[in-house]
Design a protein around this ligand. Sequence first.
Ligand code: PMP
Length: 292
Amino acid sequence: MAGKIFLNGEFVSRDKAVVSVFDHGLLYGDGVFEGIRAYGGKIFRLADHIDRLYDSAKAIRLAIPYDRPTLTAHVKSSVRENGLRDAYIRLVVTRGVGDLGLDPDKCPKPTVFIIADSITLYPKEYYDNGLAIVTVPTRRNVPEALNPRIKSLNYLNNILAKIEGKLAGCVEALMLTDSGYVCECTGDNIFCLRDNVLMTPPVYLGALKGITRGVVMDLARSRGLTVLESPFTRHELFTAEEVFLTGTAAEIVPVTNIDGRFIGDGKPGRTTRALIEDFRRSRQEGDDAYAV
Ligand code: PMP
């Protein structure tokens, strides 16, 4: 369990790791975050996560009060301080304390905290048997209103979809765009494979540009697959040979049933299983700069 939490420049114990009720991160979901993993003492794709955090912050005009090398060092020390080798890291920057109005200019000091915790792995059966997912009525936010490329603290869109998925007995749920194209799941990107072509929705449709998504696209190209970022509908999913989800927590998880249709033969596909193996190998590698 995370014992020492980085909060605004210092490490504090878990019970001292508290933020104000006037913090706009809490009052309005005004802030940005990253979920990151460390494997065997190395932080996976840390530079990519740091870049995405700064991009999210830029998009909401939030000035992160550290430069990249300093914030990177704080993430590394959070893992080290907690004596972890394998970890799930939550890096959060909120607008900070303000008054009860919306105005971000009345929040002079962003709140920064980093939680490095032990990782709760998904049940093995998800990987052995694949997930059954459903399409939920809640559509993904339209990019013109709140761009899902901003990894903001405002996750209510995803939470509503998650509730609907759970009510249907599923741990993950498929969200469509406003126009009915496949977008992403509540906390994972989605891929489908047919005839050696791997497709995932383009981020301009309103999906998060997942770090795992990027890694998997590279691994798939190395396997000789054609990788396309292209809009598609549920029909392409129903008729795919294989479907899988990607995310920092899930890594790569096969999907074997969507809205009551079996995908392929209803078992995790050969390419998905190969990519899972490739991914497990690739996460051991990585830049020594991110050793904790
Ligand atoms: N989509 C959403 C909505 C997410 O919250 C996440 C997890 N952060 C992902 C996709 C997967 O992104 P990543 O691979 O960077 O974890």
